[in-house]
Design a protein around this ligand. Structure first.
Ligand SMILES: NC(=O)c1ccc[n+]([C@@H]2O[C@H](COP(=O)([O-])OP(=O)(O)OC[C@H]3O[C@@H](n4cnc5c(N)ncnc54)[C@H](O)[C@@H]3O)[C@@H](O)[C@H]2O)c1
Length: 342
């Protein structure tokens, strides 16, 4: 029997989730909920659901429709109240990133999952991408030796309108969470210290800071540098960003959404200025579902087996902590050392 889903939040991404659930043979959309009832009703109409299954009250939607799980696709500020309520009412939750708008809310969500004994997984869609899975496989097989340095560049001139234009840290909270989480996914390392400088470039159409440079110290001696802007016109990177991962023996690049490729030293004992290099073999991989299709599949697998998925809330809070560490560093604004020429 298909798992019945209640989709909460019927904006742009909410519609993506309706399609995602409807396209999965193991799941079906049983109801829609949005604080804007018109949004829930018009999504019901658009996706061929009975308008009587459109709600503007979460408790009533869960009581009347008894979903097997809830998909939380609301704005970040609403994730905590929606997810905690669903867990308390006995429904497992798969929710959109970022987990919450503060660490305090995120910890509350983790506690609600523990108390209810119900699964709460955050959907980090970038983990379900053949390029990223292939890259992780190559790194794990020691193709370039132990990782020492990871750099990610992300530049898009994004004119969203809506909540992102009003947020104080739109890039770091709403976008860089993908890249920070991806760094943890690729390296298997966690961040323990951060320096960040967020800023609002001249000519920006954002209220908050859509650009940042961030340096993380990660476990295993890895340094991760992130440079990003949502206010960069021209020469965009892909939404996944361009990556350079350096290990003791070589380098892997993931750029322009192409399959990763790289080079490594043939003989680590060779004594010369540049050592001879060979191409790194990055094997193709098969995955069950891309993007939110992949995260939904993993969530359903774990509902059925009782296993713990990637990005279960106890793990995903570590990616969120990178976000709030970066924001705190940036707000504190460590006094920069002056560059003196004489
Ligand atoms: N994985 C991805 O690639 C990806 C892409 C886009 C958005 N997202 C995430 O999806 C989430 C939603 O983004 P969006 O672009 O759809 O935003 P949106 O503003 O288009 O839609 C959000 C919807 O949530 C509703 N809402 C707000 N508070 C609510 C509450 N308490 N209960 C029920 N509904 C409520 C709003 O009325 C709105 O319809 C965000 O967390 C965003 O970061 C993820």
């Amino acid at each position: 029997m298909a798992h019945k889903a209640l989709i909460v939040g019927c904006g742009g991404m909410g519609k993506g989730w309706i399609k995602n659930v409807q396209g999965n043979p193991r799941a079906e959309v049983t109801a829609l909920m949005d604080v804007r009832i018109d949004a829930a009703r018009s999504a019901a109409k658009e996706f061929g659901l009975d308008e009587g299954r459109a709600f503007d009250d979460l408790e009533r939607a869960i009581t009347e429709c008894r979903p097997d799980f809830v998909v939380d696709v609301t704005v970040p500020e609403a994730h905590c109240s929606v997810t905690v309520k669903a867990l308390e009412m006995g429904a497992p939750v798969i929710g959109e990133k970022p987990m919450a708008e503060s660490m305090e809310s995120a910890r509350k969500m983790v506690r609600a999952s523990e108390k209810s004994g119900k699964l709460y997984m955050v959907s980090q869609s970038r983990r379900y991408d053949v390029k990223h899975v292939a890259c992780k496989g190559a790194l794990k097989s020691n193709a370039i030796g132990p990782i020492t340095m990871v750099n990610c560049d992300f530049y898009i001139g994004a004119h969203f309108g809506g909540f992102r234009d009003e947020m104080s840290s739109p890039l770091i909270l709403d976008m860089a969470i993908h890249h920070f989480d991806l760094c943890r996914f690729l390296t298997g390392a966690d961040a323990f210290a951060v320096y960040a400088h967020e800023f609002n470039p001249k000519g920006s159409w954002y209220k908050g800071d859509p650009a940042a440079t961030v340096i993380f110290e990660m476990t295993d001696g890895i340094v991760f540098t992130y440079r990003g802007s949502w206010c960069a016109e021209g020469c965009h990177t892909s939404w996944n960003g361009d990556w350079r991962i350096i290990g003791e023996r070589g380098t892997i690049l993931m750029e322009k959404d192409q399959m990763p490729h790289g080079q490594r030293v043939v003989d680590m004992d060779q004594e010369s200025f540049n050592r001879d290099l060979e191409d790194v073999q990055v094997d193709e991989v098969e995955i069950t579902g891309t993007g939110i299709g992949g995260s939904l599949n993993e969530f359903l697998d774990c509902l059925e087996s009782g296993d713990t998925p990637q990005c279960e809330c106890h793990d995903n809070i570590k990616s969120l902590a990178m976000v709030f560490g970066a924001i705190e560093s940036s707000r504190k604004g460590q006094t920069p050392v002056r560059v003196v020429k004489e």
